[in-house]
Design a protein around this ligand. Structure first.
Ligand code: ADP
Ligand code: MG
Length: 361
């Protein structure tokens, strides 16, 4: 089946007078994976249920390939498949579980076995048909849930925090596997997660939700590279966009004056333009201020002062400042110790011109 396009228009949904979802417009592009990313309670699952035709919005509509669809459209509903954080697997074999949707859709029994085997192979469980579905690890159960969904060749695939209850090692293995499975199958996918690294791994596009609203959406590089506002920057572990003015453009590289600090970016802009800039924390390298910088193709290097250090999972968010330029870097525990980083310490920052995202303001 061809991948579908989904459009959400003017969708409102509230529970006991409290707005859960208020989305003016959102598009899922055919064959691409859109991550719906936001903190807990921001309305992701409610929006997924509405898009998946599992529930109706109070107002607004969902379009599948340009036609309005509702939970009453059985054909539209059956062209979608979903998997959730805790897969519901029933007693029986893995094959029974994977075949469930096929039987529901009255696929001839003669074809079911082959489709089930093929699907299990795609999710990395070849030959697992006759095993019991109740003895699986969390990661294996998620693979079976994905097999059960993609075996239907859905036009739209809905995944709600599929990896959220796995341990970190399993989670990253599965995230990479999900990414390649989704890429190969080119199913239009809505992938709900609260974890930006997971979104970066699996998604082509991302929509960030806050209190029921979509506050930013677009290709992953754009949305993650240049936060639209302070809240989004904080949520992404970045500092708000840097303001500057283009002073020169040579060979496609723009020199941008940011309150006295010259930053270089590969961007289609013109001298005189006012712009906003962003750099992903993982693209910023820090060195001791008095150290010789190794020869590098990185166009951006300047001295700055550490103003903030915050532990964030296994890494640290280190904010550096020079004039009004504030940039967050993501640093490992070992680097933090190596560089003797502390608030007030001078450092050298290094990043490539290609790592800087620019938008006109
Ligand atoms: P997320 O998936 O981002 O964590 P949800 O869509 O589950 O967010 O929830 C959004 C808001 O709607 C929350 O405030 C939640 O409490 C509320 N909500 C969701 N489903 C229901 C429901 N069935 N009844 C009452 N409130 C609900
Ligand atoms: Mg949820």
């Amino acid at each position: 089946m061809n991948p579908a396009a989904i459009t959400v228009e003017g969708v409102l949904r509230s529970f006991r007078g409290k707005t859960a979802v208020d989305v003016e417009r959102l598009e899922l592009r055919p064959g691409r994976t859109l991550a719906l990313l936001g903190p807990s309670g921001s309305g992701k699952s409610t929006l997924l249920s509405i898009i998946g035709l599992l529930e109706r919005p109070d107002t607004g509509r969902v379009l599948l390939d340009g036609a309005v669809v509702t939970p009453r459209d059985t054909a539209a509903r059956l062209s979608m498949a979903a998997a959730f954080q805790r897969p519901y697997l029933f007693k029986g074999t893995i094959a029974d579980n994977v075949a469930y949707g096929l039987r529901l859709r009255r696929v001839p029994a003669s074809r079911v076995a082959a489709l089930v085997s093929e699907s299990l192979a795609r999710v990395g469980l070849p030959g697992w048909e006759s095993r019991s579905a109740l003895t699986l690890s969390g990661g294996e159960a998620q693979r079976v849930a994905l097999a059960r969904a993609i075996v239907l060749e859905p036009r739209v695939l809905l995944l709600d925090e599929p990896l959220a209850s796995l341990d970190p090692l399993m989670k990253w293995r599965l995230a990479r596997d999900f990414d390649s499975i989704l890429r190969q199958s080119s199913i239009t996918t809505l992938y709900v997660t609260h974890d930006q690294d997971e979104a970066l791994t699996v998604a082509d596009d991302v929509a960030i939700m806050r209190e029921g609203r979509v506050v930013a959406s677009g290709p992953v590089d754009e949305v993650f590279g240049l936060p639209v506002d302070e809240w989004t920057a904080g949520f992404l572990g970045m500092e708000p966009a840097i303001r500057g003015r283009v002073v020169e453009v040579a060979d496609g590289v723009a020199g941008i004056d940011c309150d006295g600090v010259m930053l270089y970016a590969v961007a289609a802009v013109k001298p005189g333009e006012a712009v906003a800039l962003g750099v992903r924390p993982e693209d910023v390298l820090l060195f001791e201020a008095d150290v010789e910088i190794p020869i590098s193709s990185a166009r951006n290097h300047f001295e700055a002062t550490v103003t903030e250090i915050v532990a964030s999972g296994a890494t640290f968010r280190v904010v550096i400042e020079r004039g009004s330029v504030r940039i967050a870097a993501r640093i490992s525990r070992a680097s933090l110790a190596d560089l003797k980083l502390a608030v007030g310490v001078p450092v050298r920052a290094l990043f490539k011109a290609t790592a800087v995202r620019v938008a006109s303001t």
